[in-house]
Design a protein around this ligand. Structure first.
Ligand SMILES: Cc1ncc(COP(=O)(O)O)c(C=O)c1O
Length: 388
């Protein structure tokens, strides 16, 4: 690295100067707590949840930082310590915080690489932050970063503060070449901002295909890795996402978040899922879903009207093209949309239409279900394609 990265130069000046709010539980969390205007008599919960509410002291505000949860994540992800982890209300909250920390509304921009996860662009728009798009490659190797174009774009426009990389991608299901990510991180002559690597689906990646870049945060002060409990841990309902970065960035995120963003029940359930047994269960479900994914990859092409299975299928979904009825072999977004609608409305089976995304003509994104759900999907898709 000939140039050096300066966090101070990238952070919004108002965030850098922020004197963070100090909440009551930052100071004391035990004793006779008459400091946070909680209800000393307990919660209004009745019925089955009374014991849960009492055991978890739900009349009290949660721990603001949940260090115990972070300790377990540190062990799982091989990180130096809890000061490298931020916990948010899903990774969606982490995305929003990052945009707010680094991008001045009405002035700065983020760079995204379509087809990609929709919330990067939506979050930017909500925050009045511009969005620059450099699409992923749509010829072999499919759905990889066009690093030359990304870096040329950032070189030309220093108001681009962040690059969002999704790996494995949504909806592409494709793991991004780690060398390309490293290239972005190291090209400080062309980009001095933050590279965000969203690894929501990382636990579904087979070990011979690649692995997380989370441990790279020790080398790169300009890297933030996002992960989530929503996918491989099967805990989308608790809303817990992670930002992994060097302590200076984690500190900025803690300064900027709402005081008690992650609730006590969420943390308690996350702790239970992060025991050795919980992690073994997560890993076993990832193995089973991968096997079911491989079955879908084998069976889908046998259905008349199903075309190419696009990308490298590294996540818990597959992206498949629906072909035109005329036998031309061309993908048809119109037919894919009709299939999607018919299956949802008449069969109660819902997949996602993605035919309007770059490189995704005619594409449906299908989440891997249970073995029974997958059989049903194969049957209903075949029947629907016969009709439409
Ligand atoms: C790539 C990607 N990132 C982040 C998220 C949001 O995850 P969370 O539930 O942690 O907010 C999703 C959800 O579908 C996703 O696909």
């Amino acid at each position: 690295m000939s140039e050096s990265f300066s966090l101070e130069a990238v952070v919004r000046p108002n965030i850098l100067a922020l004197k963070p709010y100090r909440c009551a539980r930052d100071d004391y969390s035990s004793g006779i707590l008459l400091d946070a205007n909680e209800n000393s008599l307990g919660s209004a919960v009745t019925g089955d949840y009374v014991s849960v509410a009492q055991a978890q002291a739900l009349n009290r505000y949660p721990d603001p930082l949940h260090v115990q949860v972070k300790d377990r994540l540190v062990k799982l992800r091989n990180l130096p310590g809890p000061d490298h982890v931020f916990l948010g209300v899903g990774s969606d909250e982490v995305i929003d915080l990052l945009v707010r920390i680094f991008c001045v509304p009405g002035k700065d921009k983020i760079l995204i690489t379509p087809p990609t996860y929709g919330m990067y662009g939506v979050t930017a728009q909500i925050n009045d932050v511009g969005v620059v798009k450099v699409p992923l490659t749509v010829t072999e190797p499919m759905f990889q970063l066009n690093t030359a174009q990304i870096l040329e774009t950032t070189r030309q426009d220093p108001t681009i503060k962040m690059i969002f990389v999704c790996s494995p991608g949504n909806p592409t299901g494709t793991l991004i070449d780690p060398d390309a990510i490293r290239h972005l991180l190291q090209s400080l002559d062309a980009f001095r901002g933050i590279v965000v690597v969203d690894e929501a689906y990382i636990d579904f990646v087979a070990s011979d295909r690649g692995e997380s870049v989370a441990s790279w945060v020790t080398q790169y002060p300009n890297l933030v890795v996002l992960q989530t409990m929503s996918k491989s841990f099967g805990l989308a309902g608790i809303r817990l996402g992670l930002g992994i970065a060097q302590p200076a960035i984690i500190q900025l995120m803690n300064n900027t978040k709402a005081p008690y963003n992650v609730g006590t029940p969420t943390a308690a359930i996350a702790l239970a899922a992060l025991t050795d047994e919980g992690i073994a269960k997560m890993q076993s479900s990832a193995v089973q879903l991968r096997a079911q994914r491989d079955l879908l990859l084998k069976e889908l092409p046998k259905i008349t009207g199903v075309g190419e299975l696009v990308g490298t299928h590294d996540a818990n979904f597959v992206l498949c093209r629906i072909l035109a009825k005329d036998g031309s072999g061309e993908p048809s977004s119109e037919r894919a949309h009709a299939v999607y609608e018919r299956m949802a409305q008449q069969c109660g089976l819902v997949v996602r239409f993605r035919g309007n995304e770059p490189g995704c003509a005619g594409c449906l994104r299908i989440t891997v279900g249970t073995p029974e759900e997958n059989q049903k999907l194969l049957l209903l898709l075949a029947q629907t394609l016969e009709q439409l």
